[in-house]
Each structure stands twice: as C-alpha cells, then as structure tokens.
Design a protein around this ligand. Sequence first.
Ligand SMILES: Cc1cc2nc3c(=O)[nH]c(=O)nc-3n(C[C@H](O)[C@H](O)[C@H](O)COP(=O)(O)OP(=O)(O)OC[C@H]3O[C@@H](n4cnc5c(N)ncnc54)[C@H](O)[C@@H]3O)c2cc1C
Length: 458
Amino acid sequence: MAIQKRVPMREQDPKIRITNFLSVPLGYSAEEAITEAKRCIQCKDPVCETGCPVRMDIKDIIKLITEEKYEEAFFLSKRDNAVPAMTGRVCPQEDQCEGKCVLLKTGQPINIGKLFAFVADWAREKDLIEKIELNENGKKVAIIGAGPAGVTCAVDLRKLGYNVTIFEALHMAGGVLQYGIPAFRLPRDVVDYELSYLEKIGVDVQLNQIVGQNVDFEELKKEYDSVYIATGAGAPRFLNCEGEKLKGVYSANEFLIRVNLMKAYKFPDWDTPIICGNKVGVIGCGNVAMDAARCAKRLGAKEVYILYRRTKSCAPARDEEIHHAEEEGIIFNEMISPCRMFGNDDNWVTGIEMVKTEFKGTDKSGRPKPVNIEGSEFTMEMDTIINALGTSPNRLFLSNVQGLDTHSWGGIKVDENFMTNIPGVFSGGDALTGGSTVIEAMGHGRDAAVAIDNFINR
Ligand SMILES: Cc1cc2nc3c(=O)[nH]c(=O)nc-3n(C[C@H](O)[C@H](O)[C@H](O)COP(=O)(O)OP(=O)(O)OC[C@H]3O[C@@H](n4cnc5c(N)ncnc54)[C@H](O)[C@@H]3O)c2cc1C
C-alpha cells in the first residue's frame, strides 16, 4: 500500500510573518488532523513512545483522534504531559517521537507534534479540565523555578496530594517558555492558558521570589518535607573577546528577555526599548540563535546573518527552525568563527572580525571539529551583534546553597533518583544538564516527583 504524504501544515506567508509576532503555523483543522492521524499504522510495538521523555501514550492518542474522540485524547495527553499545547509546538520531535516513527523510513513520519497541539488547542477553546481526585496527604514540597522541569514536578506531586509551592524569581511563570521562546513559535495565550492549570489544581505559585536572595534556602529545607531545584541554565556564555562590551552587542538571553518577557515587540504600546540595527549578526546556530535572528528580522533589521563555525547540517537548532529562518531571509554564513568586535568613538559596535574554519577530526560530542584557518581573517560591518553561544546554570544561586555538589561547569550533581548530595533536596532540568530541551526537563520533573514521593514515604 502506498504511504500517503504528511498533511502539510498551513503557515503564515514568510513575507507577511516577518512583519508580525503571530504564530507561524496556523494549526490543523479537524479534517486535516483526522487525515494525518489516519496515516498512523498503529504499530503493535509503538516505538515512537520510547522516544518520549514523559512517556506519552502516543499510539492511543492518535487512535482517539481518528475516532474524533478529542476530549479523551486530551485527557490522555494531560495524564503524562502538563503542557501538551506547548510541547506540541516546540519539542524537537524529529529527534524524539517522530524520529522513531516507523514511517520515517518513507520520509513521511506522522506529524505527532502538530496532532497533539491540535488536540490541546481544541480543549483550550472549550476550557476543558480533567477531574482530578486530590487526596491531600498533608506533606509539603517546595519547588524552585517555574520552568518546564519545576512545573511538571509540581503538577505530578499535586496530583499525588502534596501541598506544592513554587518559588519563581521572575514576575511570570514558565521559564524559557515565557522569557525565551518568541510568540511566533509559542503564542502567549497558549503559554498563559497552559500555566493557569497550576492554579486550577491548587499549586501555589509565588512570583518575584529569588531563592538565595529574598527567600532563604535553609529555611525552605526546614519548612518543607522536600525541595526540588529546577532553576534552569539561564546564565549566558560569552566569547570573552575584544569589543564584546561595546554598545549594540547583546547576549541572546538579554535580547530575547527584552523582546518576549518585557514585551519590546509591542513597542510603543509597551515601553520596553530595544535597539536593533539594520545589519545584525547572530553568533551560534542553536534554537536560541534562530529565535534571536528571527526576532531581529521582525524588529525591522534589513540583513540578519547567522555566523556559525560549522555547517548548518550539524547545527543544534531544530530542522523546522532553520527552514523557517531561511524562508524569512536569514542569511547563513557557515564555517566562520568570531575573533573580535570593533566600534566607533562613541563605543557603538560597527563590525566584527571573523576567521574561516575547516573541519579537522571530531570533538567530544562526535561532531566535526572546526579549527581556524590561519590568515583567513576578514571583517563584516554590523550594527548589532547577538551572542547565542549557549548558557550555564546560574552560579549566584549555587553559591547561596551551602554544601551542594556541582560539576566544575556549574551543573548540579544528582544520583539515579535525581537526589542531590543533600538528603531530601532533588534537582532536574537544565540545572543538571545545561541547556537541553523542554521535554527532557519535563521528563526529569516527572521522574523526580516519583522519587520525592518515595523519599517522603520511605
Ligand atoms: C531562546 C530559547 C529557545 C529554545 N527553544 C527550544 C525549543 O524550541 N525546543 C526545546 O525543546 N527546547 C528549547 N529550548 C531549551 C528549553 O527551553 C530548556 O531546555 C528548558 O526550558 C529547561 O527547563 P527548566 O525548567 O530546566 O529551566 P528554565 O526553563 O530555564 O526555567 C528555570 C526557572 O527557574 C527560575 N529561577 C532561576 N533561579 C531561581 C532562583 N534562585 N529562585 C527562584 N527561581 C529561579 C527562572 O527564572 C526560570 O523561570 C530553548 C531555550 C532557549 C533559551
């Protein structure tokens, strides 16, 4: 039997979407979703599920969509995933569930992410909420950080009857989902709605609470039966090269926080200023670099360059993000590495010196290793440069937790049950791994909830 092609996702035209921050994909209609779901061959052994860190019941959810049982499909999604509309949009499915789909051999794996987003969007329109029987157990857990790891752990523990309080440093919950990923990939009504679930099931979210500064970690340990550290990896890495402190040079974190969390993209309705010139260079080629480049384009930059020391075929960004960026006119300059930045008498950046690279062998991760080609330096004029070189756990927080074991690069050390060297203190997400993915962080949150429950009831 011939394998039918994937139902294509309708999207905003690239020429139009670079003038707005509205969602790029327009979502499946019910008819499109059913057609796509019917392509699933319902494998006896659904290997797609082995690729899902939160262990979603992918096969059954897809079957329910084919039967138009969207409500059941939603409740089944929600059993394992607190935020399915968000993960449906941002998960790197090509490396996870869709990367294992048996139809991948034909080049047409099931579009699992978009199907799950369809179901969750359908439920959001109806404001569906599953009935949860909460058997309060009188025990208290404190969670530090309201990103995907913290939120997932909170939801799973709350469902087990725990009294859960999340302490979040920012004025909004969501972590990177809120402050990092732009609205054209993750619309804010979707983020706000899925996070409102916390309140609906009785998780206490304390905003503007920085543990280690205005909340004392030692007090939390005394007051709660267990503590979960899910503080992420929000500290940007820098090149430490000449000129990096010039005006007009941003870390991607600062740039994206201004645009997303502080709503600079709504200027002048919101009064957060953002300076984004005509020629913008973004250093790096991960999701963060794609987001920064695509935001710069939408803020009016005429030319936006990705400056990358490898080729985009070995870049960490999702395939979909690279594809969308190219459609939007982002220019990929591959096999070049930054040397220094230079500026004018007023200390504004005016350009960057780059050097060409070539591959020699492989690095620790198995990727081709770029080395600089001596004497191949050249300059590019730029009026804005954005560093998207990756992030590390925030050392300020770590320095305020006495006796916590960490790796030299700042990642928190845990045992096989996600417990740190401090009994009763657990951790997960980017705080352990450095910058990873939303769904990996959520998988940690789920596993830690089980481990915390076992610890408290030991
Ligand atoms: C711009 C960008 C784009 C990305 N795109 C994707 C993508 O498309 N797909 C994907 O899967 N992944 C993507 N990622 C990675 C993904 O977002 C992260 O791996 C994930 O958010 C990690 O979740 P987390 O809960 O561990 O940490 P975070 O999301 O970082 O959340 C940590 C939370 O802890 C809070 N916090 C920190 N310190 C304290 C403290 N002392 N007290 C109280 N609260 C504190 C922070 O304010 C934050 O809200 C992206 C990351 C970035 C930066």
